[in-house]
Write a protein that binds this ligand. Structure first.
Ligand code: NAD
Length: 360
């Protein structure tokens, strides 16, 4: 079977980092027999410029037909004054909802070669490898009712509703347990069950489905403690699973433990395992067009795509090993550069990874 991959570079550094990720994909196709075909489409500001909308119809059609989506990043100064419905970021939200992507997987891995780049002491973060599984389509971000109302005394009151159905908790829980089965077999479910009924139900459902995974150890942690533990002793975690809002905050916190936003990939999956893969960073308009952005987060997103959707874990291992080798050989883009290392451009970093892939 040949997998169809929708390639959406997006805006800013998107096209530069995506060119390197595609280089890696084509090397896997040409030299290692990966059966893929790539088709490019516009999204974000680029979509707006060409079609007047951040998620043009041909792009939506392509992503629905494709087996997987590889996204660069969207956004930029040029589109900041547009009506909110036309802004590039709306394209991203439209992709998530249009594809039913409810599970966000964000690994926070600290490459030993980059330990000095973390804001925490090397001994606290060396060897860090956490998988944060965040629910993406429910919770207080989507719950109704919501709004700002005026009370009888004339004072205004803002309100949102935290909601989760059992089925929504169960499906994200299963993603976390399945992920743990492929890793360290530990799941920490993060909630605030001491004060929020919604997350009391969350805890109950997680405990129930854990019975289907006897090989996995489940623990529970309140979100305030989880935030503290992430910076105190982050290596205690294997897989963390949590709702949309807590996950939003904790995953950014975990990302920064690793020191560089340019290194971190992510996956957003639907119920069938089809996914959208993207670096966690944005379009970095401040450095766009200069061939200096770090392409490794996007290349590592390719590795996640190989592992989670294309069912090619051996190829995923190859890509991750090639990234490691390029770092071992001292190649660094500006964001991760330290004294004594070879400072390289975006394209030279892509070349270094492809060379390492072919040399292995
Ligand atoms: P950003 O992630 O684009 O940039 C933050 C900082 O990190 C900048 O200094 C940037 O130069 C640097 N950086 C980011 N990626 C890098 C890389 N690969 N290599 C080297 N340095 C890198 O966040 P921002 O500046 O807050 O947002 C810029 C635009 O991106 C905004 O329009 C925002 O809405 C959008 N955005 C998009 C996404 C997405 O597409 N998923 C995510 C976040 C932000």
């Amino acid at each position: 079977m040949t997998y169809k991959i929708a390639v959406l570079p997006g805006d800013g550094i998107g096209s530069e980092i995506m060119a390197e990720a595609v280089k890696v994909l084509y090397a896997l196709r040409d030299d290692f027999g990966l059966k893929i075909e790539c088709e490019h489409a516009l999204v974000g500001g680029a979509g707006y410029d060409a079609f007047g909308t951040p998620l043009p119809e041909p792009t939506l059609k392509l992503v629905k037909q494709a087996d997987a989506v590889l996204l660069g990043a969207v956004g930029g100064y040029k589109w900041e004054s547009l009506d909110i419905a036309l802004r590039p970021e709306k394209g991203l939200l439209g992709l998530r909802s249009g594809l039913g992507l409810f599970a966000n997987l964000r690994p926070a891995i600290l490459y030993p070669q980059l330990a000095a780049a973390s804001s925490l002491k090397p001994e606290i973060v060396a060897g860090l490898n956490i998988m944060i599984v965040r629910e993406l389509t429910g919770d207080i971000y989507f719950g109704q009712p919501r709004g700002i109302r005026t009370l009888e005394n004339g004072e205004r009151q803002g309100f949102n509703t935290m909601v989760y159905k059992e089925s929504e908790i169960e499906r994200i829980g299963r993603v976390a347990f399945d992920s743990a089965m492929k890793r360290g077999k530990r799941v920490c479910s993060v909630d605030k069950a001491n004060v929020l009924e919604c997350t009391e139900l969350w805890r109950e459902v997680m405990t129930r489905i854990a019975r289907d995974y006897p090989a996995v150890t489940l623990s529970h942690m309140y979100v305030d403690n989880a935030a503290m533990q992430l910076v105190r002793a982050p290596k205690q975690f294997d897989v963390m699973v949590t709702g949309n809002m807590f996950g939003d905050i904790l995953s950014d916190c975990a990302a920064m433990l690793t020191g560089s936003i340019g290194m971190l990939p992510s996956a957003s999956l639907d119920a069938q395992g089809k996914g959208m893969y993207e670096p966690i960073h944005g379009s970095a308009p401040d450095i766009a067009g200069r061939n200096i952005a770090n392409p490794l987060a996007t290349i590592l997103s390719v590795a996640m795509m190989l592992r989670y959707t294309l069912e090619a874990p051996d190829m995923a291992d190859r890509v991750e090993a090639a990234v490691n080798r390029a770092l071992d050989d001292g190649y660094r883009t500006g964001d991760i550069h330290t004294a004594g290392m070879k400072k390289v451009s975006t394209s030279a970093m892509g070349d270094a990874v492809v060379a390492a892939l072919r040399a292995a």
